[in-house]
Design a protein around this ligand. Structure first.
Ligand code: NDP
Length: 506
């Protein structure tokens, strides 16, 4: 793996190509990089430059089948019987190797997704290493309860690996979310097939280089590239050898996966769309609340399932909050993701940018709300970025609750603003959407914060903060935001099944 990211601006493209970009992202099956059986590949576009610098092998049923065969063989081998402590040692090494290659992986992630390098370097990739360290330790220290029956019998429920598991991940946090699933699946002794989003195949491919070095046997981790519906993703879901699917992505894709998995009665975990809110009461510390709400709306170009894409503010302080918010938005610097001063990079693709622009055009055309800033493709970008997938951070005020802008996931840099008078109204606005993943509430009144947190239909609520995570806790959403929970022991539960062993009393 290349060693660093300090690039020579004179020959930027060639330098980057040599550092991190392969000519082709190949599948990783049974410990080897392979092309598709039919040689099919598609051109991967780098969203900031709208240029294609490499190809990606297009997998389908035959690559999935080869990967399942390799994973089944590996599942029958020593990996599932290795002690949790020995597996933990290997997984910790994967985490260490990710840390040792943080600059290369961060550069690859930034190029592939368009997000700022400073964020992949300080956020996404360190967190990917942490996923391995955390789940290695957690699984190594798991214990099983034993109950004693009236007749002296001893009953113990233990966890066992499922066997071959399928992981399907989205493009917004590519390595971060792939490792969020890989680490617990492996820690529990499973073998895996990962299908990354076709828009961001690079870091999953690079990660495979580190697995053998860490001591993961061949066939334990397999990566198949390709598309979702009627392609590699669907083939993975339908394959009879795959026992469980952990999926993160859009709600409608979750429904399709559920249908395709039904015949095989597969275990499913779904982390789906979100429509989060930042709710600011009139006693809130605005020095904290406003910049945090701004970050919650626009970090990662608004492409985070946990994004606070709705600002719900007490009417008494609405003017003041909006003024301060717009000051914060003005400080966002759109630019080349590789530039250290950039705080907003490119969206994932031009067609995704057009979808977001469509929501704003709808607001403009139908006179829904008032566009306070943004609402267009930024002007004045350097020449090499002019075809990239950039869009200005956009704030739209006075949006009615039943509007598409409130009810649908936009998944881009668009923040709506609504006002409320009472706690009950704030709760109703926050919960009054089809999604139920997360929200933040800002207030100095502890009782009010608790009442709000316990009343809203959201899987995660932050009081006076946003995206503060502890990996022990349950992660997931209510309503159309998901089924099941991952994180901590919930991940260990998902990636295993219980067996109860009873010793008769003496
Ligand atoms: P998609 O649902 O479009 O894709 C996610 C993954 O599923 C991709 O690998 C995709 O492949 C694959 N896929 C698509 N169709 C099928 C199918 N029929 N069978 C099997 N696999 C399929 O989501 P996005 O990539 O667009 O990601 C954005 C979404 O993810 C947003 O809705 C966001 O809220 C959600 N998300 C949720 C999180 C959570 O924790 N709740 C966290 C992060 C994101 P391909 O890319 O080739 O289409």
């Amino acid at each position: 793996m290349g060693s660093g990211c300090k690039h020579n601006k004179g020959d930027r493209k060639e330098f980057l190509r040599q550092q991190v970009l392969p000519d082709r992202c190949r599948h990783f099956i049974n410990g080897r990089y392979v092309d598709s059986a039919d040689g099919e590949a598609f051109k991967k576009v780098l969203p900031a430059y709208n240029e294609s610098w490499f190809e990606v092998a297009t997998g389908g049923a035959s690559e999935v089948d080869a990967a399942v065969t390799a994973a089944e063989k590996a599942a029958a081998g020593p990996w599932s019987r290795t002690s949790p402590q020995d597996r933990a040692r290997i997984l910790r090494r994967v985490g260490d190797l990710i840390e040792a290659n943080v600059e290369t992986l961060a550069l690859a992630e930034s190029l592939d997704s368009g997000k700022p390098y400073s964020e992949t370097l300080n956020g996404d990739i360190p967190r990917s290493a942490k996923n391995f360290h955390f789940f290695a330790d957690l699984a190594a220290h798991q214990s099983f309860e034993t109950w004693t029956g009236e007749d002296g019998s001893q009953h113990t429920s233990i966890r066992e690996p499922l066997g071959v598991t399928g992981l399907i991940t989205p493009w917004n946090l590519p390595l971060y979310l792939a490792t969020w699933k890989l680490a617990p699946a492996l820690a529990q002794g499973n073998t895996v097939i990962l299908k990354p989003a076709e828009l961001t195949p690079l870091t999953a491919t690079l990660l495979c280089e580190l697995l053998g070095e860490a001591g993961i046997p061949e066939g334990v981790v397999n990566v198949v590239h390709g598309f979702g519906a009627k392609s590699a993703g669907e083939a993975l879901v339908r394959h009879p050898g795959v026992k469980a699917i952990s999926f993160t992505g859009e709600t409608t894709t979750g429904s399709a996966i559920m249908r395709d998995a039904a015949d095989g009665l597969k275990k499913l975990s779904f982390e789906l769309g979100g429509k989060g809110a930042s709710v600011i009461f009139d006693d809130a510390d605005l020095d904290l609340a406003v910049p945090t709400a701004c970050r919650a709306a626009f970090r990662n170009q608004g492409q985070i399932c946990l994004a606070g894409s709705r600002l719900i503010v007490h009417e008494k302080i609405a003017t003041q909050v909006i003024d301060r918010l717009l000051e914060n938005v003005k400080k966002i610097k759109i630019g080349d993701p590789l530039d250290d001063t950039t705080t907003m990079g490119a969206l994932i693709a031009n067609d995704h940018r057009d979808k977001i622009a469509g929501f704003v055009e709808y607001a403009r055309g139908e006179r829904v709300g008032e566009i306070l800033c943004g609402g267009k493709i930024p002007a004045g970008l350097p020449a090499h970025l002019t075809n990239g997938a950039f869009y200005e951070p956009t704030v739209i005020a006075d949006v009615p609750q039943d509007s598409r802008l409130i009810q649908e996931e936009i998944f881009g840099p668009v923040l709506t603003v609504q006002t409320f008078k009472t706690l009950e109204e704030a709760i109703a606005l926050t919960s009054g959407v089809p999604y139920g993943l997360s929200c933040s509430v800002y207030t100095r009144d502890g009782a009010r914060a608790q009442k709000f947190a316990r009343s809203v239909r959201m899987g995660m609520v932050w009081i006076n903060g946003w995206f503060i995570r502890d990996l022990h806790t349950a992660f997931g959403g209510m309503k159309r935001s998901g089924i099941g929970r991952e994180g901590g022991r919930w991940s260990l539960d998902f990636f295993s099944e219980y067996k109860t062993i009873t010793v008769a009393g003496v």
